[in-house]
Design a protein around this ligand. Structure first.
Ligand code: ACO
Length: 214
């Protein structure tokens, strides 16, 4: 069963779901071992809660247990947000979190989607996550389809996703997203020359993907 926007009384359940799914499994998090499965992560949880407050997120519930089994956490990106977020990164304690978000912010700042698409706000799919027991059944695609509808209803002209692994890239492609930028992880090096994100197969590139709504 799908439900959106996610009501505030479900925020804690969403965080509990993310601790068991997204925090450990998302390819970049996994490549640097950001979290052990089930463990909290202060910065990621703040990122998720801030996104939930934009009231544009969607969730999948198990019809029998009513448990959260998947989410698309969507937020609004405004001009200047990335500059501010990047400036705040230096205050964050977790070097792995800084490395992941440093990459995402710098790639997105370079692309400057506001100018490229002549828009003043962007609907951003920030966290796409499905419980491992429910994967491969089309839940991510359905969550994305509902997110696109929510974006359309709210009058957005551009939807964006930083798709960090092959499965989120495939889900977005089937929903009509296009790849604006692709970066192979093996080309992105640490200060010491090593690969910064040694992701597991089949997750080889970061794709910045967009869909225009009319
Ligand atoms: N092997 C091969 N292909 C797969 C697999 C698999 N194990 N799992 C999914 N796919 C493909 C599907 O075939 C489908 O492709 P298609 O549309 O071309 O047929 C596509 O991926 C999406 O399949 P869904 O069943 O809709 O995806 P699912 O419900 O399994 O969820 C998700 C995908 C959310 C990426 C899940 O694997 C997950 O939670 N992973 C950990 C967190 C993560 O990586 N999130 C995405 C990061 S990017 C971001 O959050 C914006």
């Amino acid at each position: 069963r799908m439900e959106g926007p996610i009501p505030e009384e479900r925020f804690d359940d969403v965080i509990a779901h993310l601790r068991c799914s997204f925090f450990a499994d998302e390819p970049l998090n996994r490549s640097v071992r950001l979290c052990e499965r089930g463990q909290p992560h202060r910065e990621l949880e703040e990122h998720a809660r801030q996104t939930l407050r934009d009231n544009l997120s969607e969730m999948a519930l198990d019809a029998a247990t009513n448990q959260v089994v998947g989410v698309a956490l969507n937020g609004v990106l405004w001009p200047g947000d990335l500059d501010q977020a990047q400036a705040k990164l230096s205050d964050m304690d977790d070097a792995k979190f800084r490395r992941i978000f440093g990459l995402l912010y710098s790639v997105n700042r370079r692309l400057d989607l506001f100018a490229a698409f002549n828009v003043d706000r962007i609907f951003e799919c920030r966290i796409l996550s499905v419980d491992h027991r429910y994967r491969g059944r089309g839940l991510a695609r359905t969550l994305l389809a509902r997110s696109l509808q929510a974006a359309k209803d709210a009058g957005f002209q551009l939807v964006k996703e930083d798709a960090t692994g092959l499965f989120s890239q495939r889900a977005a492609e089937s929903m009509g997203f296009q790849t604006l930028h692709e970066m192979p992880y093996e080309e992105y090096k640490n200060e010491d020359g090593g690969i910064a994100f040694p992701t597991e197969d089949p997750h080889k590139t970061l794709k910045i993907m967009v869909k225009q709504l009319h």
